[in-house]
Ligand binder design. Structure first.
Ligand code: G3P
Ligand code: MG
Length: 241
C-alpha cells in the first residue's frame, strides 16, 4: 500500500464543508493525493458520505441521520453552515464521492461509521457499492472503522482490499486485534500517540496513520517518529503538498 504523507480529512474540512463534493475538490486543488471520508447508511440502506449520527451540526436539518431515507436527506443543505458560498451542497452518496474522487485522481480511505446495530450492514452495503464503481485500474480503497464488526464485514466483502484498525488511544491488544482483522494499518488519534508506540507498530509490519493533525510542527514530529501519514483538515498547512 502506497500512502502519501498527508491525507485530506473529510476532503479538506478547513476549507470547505466536510464530506461534500466541494471539500473533495478543495483537497484536490490543494495538491492532496488521498482523502478520507465517513460512510453511514440512510434509513433505506443507501451508503452516504456524512460524519455525524445527527443532522444538526453540518446541515439545516434535524434528527437522526440514519432514520431518514435518501430522498429526505438529499433535501438538506450540507454546505450553508460553513459559508454562504457553499449553500446548496447536498449530502453525497458513496457512489457520487467515489466517482468524483476517481475522476480527480484521489486515492481514498473509506471510514465505515455505522449506527449501533448496523455495523455489518453498513460495511457490506458500502463495500458492494465501492466494488461496483471504483475503477480496478486505481489502487484499491483503504477501508477503516472504529467498529471491529464493520472491519470484519469489509474483510468478507473485499478480502483483497487493505484495512485499517481505527482507534482512539492505542489499545494494549492492538497487535491481536490487527491480526484478527487482517489489518495492514493502525489509524490512531495523534493526541495520545507517542513515538515509542509508533515505532512498535511499525516494527510489527503495520503502517501508522495519525488523525487529525492541523499543525506543521506536530506533523513533522509524527513523520519523524515513523508515522506513514497524517489526516489533516488543512493539508496546505503541513508543508508537504
Ligand atoms: O479516519 C480518521 C478520523 O476521521 C477518525 O475520526 O471522528 O474524524 O471520523 P472522525
Ligand atoms: Mg472519519
Amino acid at each position: 500500500m502506497i500512502l502519501p504523507p498527508v491525507i485530506g480529512h473529510r476532503g479538506a474540512a478547513a476549507h470547505a464543508p466536510e464530506n461534500t463534493p466541494a471539500s473533495f475538490r478543495a483537497a484536490a486543488a490543494l495538491g492532496c493525493r488521498m482523502v478520507e471520508f465517513d460512510v453511514r447508511l440512510t434509513a433505506d440502506g443507501v451508503p452516504v458520505v456524512f460524519h455525524d449520527d445527527r443532522l444538526e451540526r453540518t446541515t439545516d436539518g434535524h434528527g437522526a441521520t440514519g432514520e431518514l431515507p435518501l430522498a429526505a436527506l438529499r433535501r438538506r443543505d450540507a454546505g450553508g453552515w460553513f459559508g454562504p458560498a457553499f449553500a446548496g451542497q447536498a449530502i453525497p452518496t458513496l457512489t457520487e464521492v467515489l466517482t468524483l474522487c476517481a475522476g480527480l485522481g484521489l486515492a481514498v480511505n473509506i471510514e465505515i461509521k455505522p449506527d449501533d446495530g448496523r455495523e455489518e450492514a453498513t460495511a457490506r452495503l458500502a463495500l458492494a457499492v465501492a466494488r461496483q464503481c471504483w475503477p480496478t485500474t486505481l489502487p484499491p480503497p483503504l477501508i477503516s472503522s472504529f467498529r471491529p464488526e464493520a472491519v470484519e464485514a469489509a474483510a468478507s466483502a473485499a478480502p483483497d482490499w487493505p484495512r485499517g484498525l481505527l482507534v482512539g488511544p492505542l489499545p494494549a491488544d492492538w497487535r491481536e486485534q490487527a491480526a484478527a482483522l487482517g489489518c495492514v494499518a493502525i489509524h490512531a488519534d495523534h493526541r495520545h500517540l507517542e513515538a515509542g508506540q509508533i515505532q512498535a507498530v511499525r516494527a510489527a509490519g503495520l503502517a501508522v496513520l495519525a488523525y487529525t493533525v492541523n499543525e506543521a510542527e506536530r506533523a513533522a514530529a509524527l513523520w519523524h517518529s515513523g508515522a506513514c501519514a497524517v489526516f489533516s483538515d488543512a493539508p496546505d498547512r503541513l508543508g508537504r503538498m
